[in-house]
Design a protein around this ligand. Structure first.
Ligand code: MG
Length: 159
């Protein structure tokens, strides 16, 4: 069996808003992602992770953030691009581990919802997806509430 791991990371600054966009879900929050696209940081880290497992380029190469055509872009399209690359190369996803680092609001109440949303988007059972929520212990830009970070590791395989 051909097995590969992938890793993805993303950070977005935060500004005043009414929700955070995570895995296509609107999580109520006084702060929202600053972004050229729709700002779905979770899908950016996941897409990046899948592309890295395939040895491909980062999402910024495929979807540059300085072009009109990517302005306000739906991040589900970025994820679908990565999923199409997996399919093209005959890989399946074994599991996905996501760690969201955010000072406020606490994401614990939404972890189940995010997991379910991811499960639907990538067509993978719930027990193969982990969504963890972390803080940055009040230090650094994330700890000061100025940014949100997401780390994502994936395992893909070819039968
Ligand atoms: Mg991003």
């Amino acid at each position: 069996m051909d097995i590969r791991t992938g890793f993805g990371y993303d950070i977005h600054r935060l500004k005043e808003g009414s929700f955070l966009l995570l895995a296509g879900e609107k999580v109520p929050s006084p702060l929202t992602e600053v972004a050229h696209s729709d700002g779905d940081i979770l899908l950016h880290a996941l897409s990046q992770s899948l592309l890295s497992a395939l040895g491909l380029e980062d999402i910024g190469t495929y979807f540059p953030d300085n072009q009109e055509k990517t302005k306000g872009m739906n991040s589900i399209d970025i994820l679908n691009f990565a999923l199409a690359k997996l399919k093209e190369n005959h890989y399946l996803i074994s599991n996905v581990a996501v760690d969201i680092v955010l000072e406020k609001p606490k994401l614990s109440p939404y972890k189940g919802q995010l997991k379910k949303a991811l499960s639907k988007l990538i067509n993978l059972p719930n027990d193969r997806i982990a969504v963890h929520a972390n803080t940055s212990e009040k230090v650094g830009p994330v700890g000061e509430g100025k940014a949100i970070e997401v780390y994502c590791q994936t395992l893909i395989y070819k039968n």
